[in-house]
Design a protein around this ligand. Structure first.
Ligand SMILES: [Mg+2]
Length: 388
């Protein structure tokens, strides 16, 4: 039996952070707006299309952006608001979509394969987009195609505030005229390299013998060639709350020492936050679990603004612990779990560009190099000593 025609929709909010800022401050509408870090040391997280016209791009150093577009209005960004809108859009999609992936804070894939028996996938996605726009007022674009890669590129071509359906069988035609750096992973140096080989368009790439690509670029050349044929096997990874990063500790002896329990909690939160950053993820939900010696198990969770930072997670974990813990009772097991995970693909200031995050990067680098136990904050070390 032939495999069914695949239909994958990719939805992406247009310059999401700027759109949220404009909603909250309509005087920014139609202006060159940059969301990002400080003028001297920060980078551009995202910018409005008006700023893009002047050549401003994501991840560009702010001083360069301000040189290109001196009249741009610089906004520091309100992370809580972005989390709130991101959740709102997720809820609208979750209520309708049979299977969806939250690829990042403002980006979604929906697998509509098999649904064409019941409705027209293109019209369905148009209706979903209309609903998102009418409810949230946020501009959003989508691409619909037979695989994730084509759908994502189609979204890119449809922006701003549009949509595009690449009909089954038209994948190669759609890709042919596009520049090779439309493929994710083709950065500046790879782009230069391909150009030096005389390969500018995806069509030229697709017509280059695969052996030649392999010889000059290696295995990645084969990947690129496959992509140029419109081939991509990636599946839509279902987004559900069960997906999580967690750790728990069963104590050899039941514990009542609250200072020790808190230091354990901090250590475990640091551990899961480290895993979160290693996986390049953000979390939107944290839970603490306590088990008493009679095996009664309680847990409490709360949604939070999307983050990857210890100093934002630890106070929430401690607060959950205090809400949960029946003072003076011995504890057999303590656990921490992060869920509502989404990829951290955003460049720039919002989630990482400040001194503290440079510190995390340094800590994570040491952990990577010497093993995870090599570096612990004083408080955690005290906890460790208590245990022995
Ligand atoms: Mg976006």
């Amino acid at each position: 039996m032939a495999s069914p025609q695949r239909y994958i929709a990719h939805l992406d909010l247009d310059s999401f952070f700027v759109s949220v800022e404009v909603l909250n401050n309509p005087s920014l509408k139609g202006k060159a707006v940059i969301v990002g870090g400080s003028k001297d040391r920060g980078v551009v997280t995202t910018c409005s299309y008006e700023a893009r016209k002047f050549g401003v791009r994501s991840a560009m150093p702010m001083h360069k952006a301000m040189k290109l577009c001196p009249h741009a209005i610089l906004v520091q960004g309100t992370r809580g608001e972005y989390s709130r809108y991101s959740r709102w859009v997720t809820e609208i999609i979750a209520a309708k979509a049979p299977l969806f992936e939250k690829a990042s804070i403002d980006e979604f894939f929906i697998d509509l394969t098999g649904m064409d028996k019941f409705f027209d996938p293109f019209q369905w996605t148009i209706d979903l987009r209309d609903e998102i726009i009418s409810k949230t007022q946020l501009p959003i674009s989508f691409g619909l195609a037979s695989n994730k890669m084509i759908a994502k590129i189609a979204t890119d071509e449809a922006k701003p505030n549009g949509y595009l359906f690449v009909q089954p069988g038209m994948e190669k035609n759609f890709l042919a005229p596009l520049p090779v750096n439309k493929f994710s992973g083709v950065g500046e140096s790879m782009h230069e390299r391909l150009k030096s080989m005389g390969i500018f368009t995806i069509q030229q790439l697709s017509e280059t013998p695969v052996a030649e690509l392999e010889k000059s670029i290696g295995k990645y050349g084969v990947d690129l060639w496959k992509k140029s044929q419109g081939i991509h096997e990636g599946i839509v990874q279902p987004y559900h709350e069960a997906k999580s990063i967690s750790t728990e500790n069963t104590f050899e002896e039941n514990q009542t020492d609250e200072a020790f329990l808190l230091s354990e909690l901090v250590r475990m939160t640091e551990k899961v936050a480290y895993e979160l950053r290693t996986d390049k993820k953000l979390t939107g939900c944290i839970a603490v679990k306590i088990r008493y010696p009679d095996f009664e198990t309680t847990s409490k969770q709360t949604t939070i603004d999307y983050t990857l930072r210890d100093d934002e997670l630890i106070p929430v974990a401690i607060s959950l612990f205090h809400q949960l813990y029946r003072k003076g009772q011995p504890i057999r097991l303590l656990g921490v779990r992060l869920s509502e995970l989404t990829s951290h693909v955003l460049q720039g200031s919002l989630f990482e560009d400040n001194k503290k995050d440079e510190l995390y990067k340094a800590i994570d680098a040491v952990k990577n190099k010497f093993g995870k136990t090599a570096l612990q904050k004083a408080r955690t070390i005290r906890g460790g000593l208590n245990k022995s």
